[in-house]
Design a protein around this ligand. Structure first.
Ligand SMILES: Cc1ncc(COP(=O)(O)O)c(C=O)c1O
Length: 353
């Protein structure tokens, strides 16, 4: 924990991307055997990919630098220029990737309606374009995010994913899952990754979110799909050389940091419950995973940006994500008493209202 000048400890709850590698993870990185991964010769990258594929019950995995690149490679691999991808509401690929589905691959993203990342499978079906009519783009991909970032770490249920996957099979359209936090869904539901992998055609996992690695994501799916992903990875600049140095951290994370995600989930839920007792704050009845969204009541005379600033003064960093909403995210780089510390900071701020 860093300490600013005035001696207040800083709790960084902005994102689960802010974690720094543990000493054990750094040791694993230090001693990792490496080679040239563009030539397929990095033993640690190969080990990570094999380990992840086995863990997830798929044929193959591919190590890539970021979640954004995993998404862009998936789009570029499944779609052609001018195609359309039907996407769940408020996805990362739509909001936060600098328009690159259109910019880099010429793919039109078509969001289905819904709240908090959730959707009705029928809304996907209604939007699949008739193939025989040249007015329309070809619907080439179905896309969801699980867990859902802007949806407050919401889990898209297994049954719903299965229904959407079946719809895709019916129309011969593959379904991809931005699974930056799919491991959180697996831990929270008790449904293992090798079952989630059966209800989609391809998916990603981020190693650098709740799992705590400094960098890296994985794409997973059939060997045919992963082999096709190698060219876009190269084209987008994601071919790395002695990448085993960072893959070692990802491997360590998969081997040691999955089960502990339950701690983050418990903390998010606990803080949500405690904050509900503070006048002026609204938190959801249930918190699925490690992200807690907090809304300000209408009568609070300031908005989310000001709440963020005031919490910052108390040594708690959060992100304002809407006019009257902030989010806090739990991760492994936080002290044992994080929930009490955060609760106290919120109480201090709201006392002055
Ligand atoms: C759901 C989701 N997908 C993709 C990404 C992108 O990951 P990266 O920051 O590694 O590019 C994020 C990042 O927060 C995310 O939340």
């Amino acid at each position: 924990m860093k300490t600013p000048d005035k001696g207040v400890p800083v709790l960084d709850l902005r994102s689960d991307t802010v974690t720094r590698p543990t000493q054990e993870m750094r040791d694993a990185m230090f001693s990792a055997p490496v080679g040239d991964d563009v030539l397929g010769e990095d033993p640690t990258v190969n080990l990570l990919q094999d380990y992840a594929a086995h863990l997830c019950g798929v044929e193959s995995a591919l190590f890539v630098p970021s979640g954004t690149m995993a998404n862009q490679i998936a789009i570029r691999t499944w779609c052609r220029n001018g195609d359309e991808a039907l996407i769940a509401p408020e996805t990362h690929v739509f909001f936060y990737e600098a328009g690159s589905a259109a910019g880099l691959s010429g793919v039109q993203l078509h969001p289905v309606p819904g709240a908090d990342g959730d959707f009705d499978v029928m809304d996907f079906q209604r939007r699949i374009r008739p193939r025989h009519d040249p007015h329309f783009p070809l619907t080439r991909l179905l896309w969801i995010e699980n867990t859902h970032n802007r949806g407050g770490g919401k889990i898209i249920g297994y049954d719903k994913m299965e229904r959407l996957h079946r719809l895709g099979e019916q129309y011969d359209i593959p379904m991809h899952v931005d699974g930056a936090r799919l491991v959180n869904a697996a831990v929270a539901t008790g449904i293992p990754l090798d079952r989630w992998s059966r209800v989609c055609d391809s998916f990603s996992l981020c190693l650098s979110k709740g799992l705590g690695a400094p960098v890296g994501s994985l794409l997973l799916g059939s060997t045919v799909f992963i082999d096709r992903c190698r060219r876009p990875r190269k084209a987008l600049g994601g071919g790395m050389r002695q990448a085993g140095i960072i893959a070692a951290a990802g491997l360590y994370a998969l081997q040691h940091h999955i089960d502990r995600l339950a701690v983050d989930h418990r903390r998010a839920s606990d803080l949500g419950r405690r904050l509900r007792a503070i006048p002026g704050l609204i938190t959801p009845e249930t918190v699925d995973t490690n992200i807690l969204m907090i809304d300000l009541e209408n009568d609070v005379p300031f908005g989310a940006d000001e709440l963020q600033r005031r919490l910052d003064e108390q040594g708690v960093k959060v992100f304002s994500v809407r006019e009257r909403r902030i989010r806090v995210v739990f991760h492994l780089d936080l002290p044992e008493n994080v929930v009490s510390l955060a609760e106290n900071a919120f109480r201090q701020v709201m006392l002055s209202v």
